[in-house]
Design a protein around this ligand. Structure first.
Ligand code: HEM
Length: 164
């Protein structure tokens, strides 16, 4: 596959967009992790659920805009370099990140519904096991999203280094 030929000015613009999108994505993950810790320390369980019911969809919109910017700018820059093992590694990581994010959002939505049901129930204790299992799964999925994002960040520089 012949690499895409990009004028230098376009390559610089795409690199700037890639850095912008990636910083919003990674910065967002760091920020929501810190916010999540503070909600445990400060809010009641019901207020915390209400906060994430409101914050989750807004965060999703922001994250999807950042992901789109990274996909377009990163995809074009990837197409402008030779197709090799690094390209395959990056594409595999992107597929894993998309899968982990879709699973994470679906699971988070189930969790907020479960938490709401527990808050409204006469006996919230009956939800304890499912909430505990759900929290563990949520932590696994969020850790996966974080680690795959970090691996992609590193691979971007491996790709940059191999072009020198
Ligand atoms: C790309 C990354 C992420 C996206 C797109 C995302 C999006 C969402 C969405 C859409 C909801 C559901 C809101 C609803 O009820 O409609 C949600 C809930 C939630 N999110 Fe995220 N989120 C992400 C990462 C994280 C991370 C890294 C954390 C914390 C470390 C986090 C913590 C939470 C919590 C605590 C809830 C409430 C559900 C529960 O109690 O488990 N999210 N998120």
């Amino acid at each position: 596959m012949t690499p895409l030929v990009l004028p230098n000015a376009v390559e610089i613009l795409l690199s700037a967009l890639l850095v912008l999108g990636a910083s919003v994505w990674i910065g967002g993950l760091v920020t929501i992790t810190v916010v999540n810790a503070s909600t445990h320390a400060v809010l009641t369980a019901a207020d915390r659920t209400a906060l994430f019911r409101n914050l989750g969809p807004r965060y999703l919109t922001m994250a999807m805009v950042a992901a789109l910017i990274v996909a377009i700018s990163g995809g074009l820059l990837l197409a402008a370099r030779p197709f090799d093992d690094i390209t395959i590694d990056i594409l595999v990581l992107v597929a894993a990140l998309v899968a982990a994010t879709i699973a994470g959002v679906a699971q988070a939505r189930r969790m907020t519904r479960l938490r709401c049901a527990a808050h409204e129930a006469a006996d919230p204790g009956q939800f304890a096991d499912r909430l505990k299992r759900g929290s563990f799964t949520a932590r696994l999925l969020r850790t996966a999203i974080g680690l795959i994002s970090l691996a992609l960040f590193v691979m971007a520089f491996v790709a940059l280094g191999s072009a020198q």
